[in-house]
Design a protein around this ligand. Sequence first.
Ligand code: NAP
Length: 256
Amino acid sequence: MTKQVLVTGATGRTGSLVLKKLRQQSDYFQAIGFARSQSKVEELFGSTEGFFIGDIKDKFSLESALKGCSALVILTSAVPKMKTPPSPGERPQFEYEPDATPETVDYNGQKNQIDAAKRAGVEHVVLVGSMGGTNPNHPLNQMGNGKILIWKRKAEQYLIDSGIDYTIVRAGGLLDLEGGVRQLLVGKNDTLLNNPPEGIPTSIPRADVAEVVVQALKQPDARNKAFDIISKPQDTPHAEVTSDFAALFRQTTSGI
Ligand code: NAP
């Protein structure tokens, strides 16, 4: 029997990759997308077939979308906008739309998804978040004074406390580069960010994060785990491209 999975943020840069990967494995998954923009869905996927159009601020649209699903992938996120182009020599200033702040999208919006998942009997939630959440003074928290990493972290704790099986993937800086060609490294609570091995950049291609999500839906070793993840740059000497995801997940631990 196929596993019915809802992917939110399915028109996002990582969410769309996850949905496409799941749909390539139709023997295993029946993958449904959740997005707020019909035109963006049509542009990216050709049609709205297999999609629910809704907003994560609206619990009811989430409840209908989750009917019959055994897993949920959360890939929604608040996105800051540049206020005005900076004057020469000045740093750009960012802000959030009043109804799209991290508190609204990353905390209340994720809570809505977790609550709706619980009511629908979803067994497993895979949540993609971000590294950096142990540092309240992280520059991303200052951006638009949105405290985005703090709200994301609170939502992660809410998921853990919900009692649903979870996999929390805290990615390093996301790259739009080829996936499946790098060694992936896992850590916890920003150890990789604070002490990157051999000083490597703390980043990872979106395509690799998408693969980690797909594998997390398949591998029992990913259940009830929360971890940070980065990649060694492609062609790093002696690096081994990650292919055994069960072994990778066995290096991770439960709890925030
Ligand atoms: P993204 O492209 O910014 O996608 C975010 C998605 O959320 C979009 O599809 C957006 O819809 C959707 N969304 C926002 N508000 C919504 C609402 N009210 N209702 C329904 N959908 C809503 O994401 P990404 O850059 O791939 O990032 C994936 C995750 O990794 C995010 O949690 C991000 O914070 C995290 N992360 C990012 C970085 C980085 O370097 N950027 C680093 C580490 C972790 P629309 O398509 O309609 O806008």
